[in-house]
Design a protein around this ligand. Sequence first.
Ligand code: IMP
Length: 193
Amino acid sequence: MDTLIFATNNQDKADEVRQVLGNLFAIITLKEAGITIDIPEPYDTLEANASLKSATIYNLTGKNCFSEDTGLQVFVLNGDPGVKSARYAGENASSKANIEKLLHNMGTTKNRGARFRTIISLILNKKEFQFEGICEGEIIPGERGQHGFGYDPVFVPTGSKLTFGEMTTKEKSAFSHRKKAMDKLILFLQSLR
Ligand code: IMP
């Protein structure tokens, strides 16, 4: 089985990606590869941050790898929190604090449309390839569900009545932005065989 380093320290993301990949590729997270760096996200686009993450790991290991960067874009907030999703309420903010700030800033508006957007950056044999995945939905005014991570308890994808937080990983993958980007990555990798 081919091996790819997944440039993440987020175990939830690694679990989601492993579920999508099945037996196609073995995924090694940074921790499993013995890499303990925390790669910054200094740019104002998902594309640039994803590129930086994969390039950093490729330069460090010389091994094929991929990274992903995801942002929640809320239309009434002009696309915020966007690239700042992880640190919306401040550096190292908890998901709870980020959600509280988001709900506060949205107030009672009826315009609750939002989307998750994922960019995957793959570095394969020194070349970079990017793949996009989008999940449209809306932000509900209070948290529901214990599953998932980040903004999952307040995001209801279009076509469901449940929040991501009320879904199992498998159920979430039927809608997920990350799954859509991963599907494109998998098709690309399969096309090379
Ligand atoms: P990252 O920069 O790609 O690690 O993601 C930024 C932040 O977006 C994360 O810390 C989460 O708060 C949020 N996020 C990313 N993906 C998801 C998801 O699938 N569900 C809920 N929140 C997410």
